[in-house]
Design a protein around this ligand. Structure first.
Ligand code: QV4
Ligand code: CA
Length: 512
């Protein structure tokens, strides 16, 4: 009993905080805007063999189609109803993907947009992904159905009907976020419809949800909705498993609403993580890598058991959401690989890797003029599939960060060291640091403008290890640097600041 109370107090490993990843796999990848058919293939040909635990998919529900700008990615955050046809594919393709990914032990997490429907200016007609008719002016969404009494207009107290002040929790929850029609989630009827949508997906086999815009919903309403959710499908999950819930709350401090209001409901996105680590790797504001000795709760982040962490996400890689210019994305590949690798090596939080599409970034006065651009598409607006090149990278504008050797190998590293403590820290009081994970793995970074040349205690058993950053172990040979660990666990590291990737990582399974 005492233990239960303790666990509840700290929000550790509670039902909805557990990602239910299989076979010792840990990391989640967001395959942003990928088609269901491509995700199914990726689970089988790449994610399962390389130990990825799950995929966050783009919203699967029917959404508005916007022509101006032309088919922006964000049209999918404007639901028209809960039919399961979207830019990524139809219901059959979705079901097929969930089945095929589950069959190879890769979980699917759905991006659930339940705070709102489309924007008030969305017009009327059948410009929606399943072709269903709707009317945004009269707030009519017949396929659910929702009508004007299912929205919060009467509850919102701002003159414009919009959220005007993020310091006022009432308007953040009851008014419109950028004009999006705000659902009355305190209504029994609305709660039932939202839970029905989520339960259909659970029954199809998804493992959980990334819940969108959680700051804009009352914890009590969410508690009620989550309480209605089915247990996971026992075809793939053990009986009594609750869906994994990770909630999008942007909390960098200083607002009326803080992430801790949602801890008891599931995990919460820790936006400080990527904003701070980006600042550290960029060496802005006097930050140094050596200061990350106490990375995690020591930096004022939320408790470990509550956090979902990431370096960049689909919003802040293009200036939406929070984090600003500090966020490191694939546009800065060297820093991005290092930051993502740091995250994957470090024990704090459930880690999510971003997998992006490329767009023509065009920043004028700090704002990306092309921040709206959707995924690689054909002239009719339909999303292109993801071609895989001979060297395992992706083509046609798909960046596939999760396939970059360094990132893929660090996802494996995270699995190999899972459960081991952060250990054997070393730093040069500047931007050279190293740490281990018990006796299972060790990583060394050189983000200074000079060489690193030092002997360190790795905590690992003696032997020759293959560095999984400059190469990897293939059969009994190593395509990268080799690191000799002595019988006392010590090893010599030499990393030039001019290396393409100025860091080295070894783990138990990279031993030669
Ligand atoms: C425009 C005006 C408004 C006006 C409205 C009138 O800007 O002032 O009131 O018209 O109709 C798009 C446009 C936006 C437009 C809106 C409604 O960009 O200009 O409003 O549509 O037509 C994504 C995008 C948004 C996009 C939205 C819906 O980021 O730009 O808005 O999808 O298509 C806060 C929240 C946090 C949120 C973050 C971006 O606390 O929850 O902002 N993050 C999540 C998602 C994000 C998504 C939403 C929430 C909304 O991660 O991708 O927004 O579902 O911090
Ligand atoms: Ca709301």
């Amino acid at each position: 009993m005492k233990l239960v109370i303790l666990l509840a107090l700290f929000g550790v490993s509670l039902a909805q905080h557990n990602p239910h990843t299989k076979h010792g796999r840990t990391a989640i990848v967001h395959l942003f805007e990928w088609r269901w058919a491509d995700i199914a293939a990726e689970c089988e040909r790449f994610l399962a063999p390389n130990g990825f635990g799950g995929v966050q998919i783009s919203p699967p529900n029917e959404h508005i189609i916007i022509n101006n700008p032309w088919r922006p990615w964000w049209q999918r955050y404007q639901p028209i109803g809960y039919n399961l046809c979207s830019r990524s594919g139809n219901e059959n393709e979705l079901r097929n993907m969930i089945t095929r990914c589950n069959n190879v032990g890769v979980n699917i997490y759905v991006d659930a947009v339940i705070n709102h429907m489309c924007g008030a200016g969305g017009g009327q007609g059948t410009h929606s992904s399943c072709g269903s008719w709707f009317n945004a002016h009269t707030e009519d969404f017949p396929t659910v159905p929702f009508s004007n009494s299912d929205f919060n207009d009467h509850k919102c107290r701002t003159g414009s009907g919009e959220i005007e002040n993020y310091g006022d929790s009432n308007q953040v929850r009851d008014c419109r976020l950028v004009g999006l029609l705000d659902l009355a989630l305190e209504k029994e009827y609305v709660r039932g419809k939202v839970a029905g949508f989520m339960n259909k997906l659970i029954d199809m086999g998804v493992a959980g949800f990334r819940v969108d815009a959680v700051k804009h919903m009352w914890p009590g309403d969410l508690s009620n909705i989550y309480g209605r959710l089915h247990n996971l499908n026992t075809k793939w999950f053990s009986g009594g498993s609750k869906p994994f819930i990770f909630q999008e709350v942007i909390d960098l401090g200083g607002e009326g609403i803080s992430s801790k209001e949602y801890f008891h409901l599931g995990r919460v996105t820790e936006f400080k993580y990527g904003a701070k680590l980006g600042t550290v790797f960029r060496k802005w504001n006097g930050e140094k890598l050596s200061y990350t000795k106490s990375w995690g709760e020591g930096w004022g982040f939320m408790p470990n058991g509550n956090a979902l962490v990431f370096i960049d996400n689909h919003d802040n890689q293009r200036g939406h959401g929070a984090g600003g210019a500090a966020i490191v994305t694939f546009f800065d590949p060297k820093l991005h690989k290092m930051a993502v690798s740091y995250m994957l090596a470090h024990p704090y939080g459930v880690a999510r890797v971003m997998s992006s599409f490329r767009w023509n970034r065009h920043i004028v006065n700090g704002k990306d003029q092309n921040d709206w651009m959707g995924p690689p598409s054909k002239s009719d607006g339909s999303t292109k599939s993801v071609p895989i090149n001979a060297d395992q990278t992706c083509g046609d504008g798909w960046v596939c960060e999760h396939r970059w050797r360094q990132i893929k190998n660090m996802a494996i590293f995270r699995n190999v060291v899972n459960g081991q403590p952060h250990s054997n820290w070393w730093d040069n009081q500047s931007n050279q640091v190293a740490f281990g994970r018990g006796n299972r793995g060790f990583i060394v970074f050189n983000n200074d403008d000079w060489d690193l040349d030092v002997t360190l205690n790795t905590g690992m058993p003696g032997g020759t290890y293959c560095d999984v950053i400059s190469g990897q172990k293939e059969g009994s040979r190593c395509t990268g640097k080799q690191i000799n660990v002595g019988g006392n666990g010590h090893a010599h590291f030499k990393i030039s600041n001019r290396d393409e990737d100025p860091y080295v990582a070894i783990h138990a399974d990279s031993k030669l």
